[in-house]
Design a protein. Structure first.
Lengths: 155, 155
DNA sequence: GATTTAGTTCATTTTGAATTGAACTCGACG
DNA sequence: CGTCGAGTTCAATTCAAAATGAACTAAATC
């Protein structure tokens, strides 16, 4: 049965991106299964705790990696994977990386070259520090510009 | 002294990318220091074990984030940060993500739709599985294409 | 309005990655 | 040669992130 192997691939992907393996397992299971699955199905088939599945589903939904579907006459929510790579990446960048980049910006802009003048700092050293601080701020801006482009590229 | 704050920013960046904080500390210290530093300087100033510094420097060198410089009449190696974002990102993608993507490709291409025919799998379910496997392989290819473009964009 | 089913929350536990540190290598220098 | 300084290696330890599971809420069902 190839299902386990698909799941293993997504676990590996998750880990390469620094995400918990449980996310890879859940998304992988949904990906390998033609029909949408309900919460309890996932718990059973992955033999994972309800807590992990609950949190995993919440995250996957928040980045738009899965979408909930309803079935008439069944009050459970079912889930199916979003298959578009573009959406996955865009969601990941939006939820995970962008907030971080914004925060780097705030912290970087708060840095003042004067703060580095402990003891005797030669003029050209001051100059170097100053340039590097500027560069750091430039990075932050550029990262913010590039990310949206990347997710377009993948779409 | 702003040095600690610069280091903190790089630690945060490292962690956002799923890298160990020690990498952020080492790179951050080099970034905040106008003059190149030697191995033992780093150990002392960060109060970090020789083991961590050794491994950290090796990794940073391997991705091209720092470069060694020699000083006449001193057998120690000194290190200074590479300031070009493009090189950092390119190195990171090359060393970290590309090998992973290659491996996903190998594993994805090994998947056969037939492996999923456990029990009764309806014709349209087979169809769905088949399409998804194809899509997975497409992803892998596309990721391999996009990464080089990204690092160009940043250069 | 009691009970069952579906899912959430969060304090505790587990686990695996990061870090340490002691033993080691390698070359320089007396 | 001996030993000193610079750096590496890797088994053991630490620690933070992830997973668990028991207690909980909310909504449907009888």
């Amino acid at each position: 049965m190839g299902e386990r192997e698909i799941i293993a691939i997504f676990v590996q992907m998750a880990q390469a991106l620094g995400a918990p393996r449980s996310l890879g397992e859940i998304y992988g299971l949904l990906y390998a299964t033609p029909q949408p699955l309900a919460f309890q199905d996932i718990v059973d088939r992955l033999d994972m705790s309800k807590g992990s599945v609950s949190q995993g589903l919440r995250f996957l939904r928040s980045v738009g990696a899965i979408k909930p579907v309803s079935r008439a006459g069944d009050r459970r929510e079912f889930f199916e994977p979003v298959l578009e790579l573009r959406q996955l990446v865009a969601g990941f960048l939006r939820e995970r990386l962008n907030p971080q980049i914004k925060e780097w910006g705030v912290r970087a802009r708060a840095l003042r070259p004067d703060d580095f003048s402990f003891g005797a700092l030669a003029a050209d050293d001051r100059e170097t520090v100053s340039k590097r601080l500027t560069k750091l701020k430039t990075w932050q801006k550029r990262a913010g510009t590039v990310l949206p482009v990347v997710s377009k590229l993948l779409g």
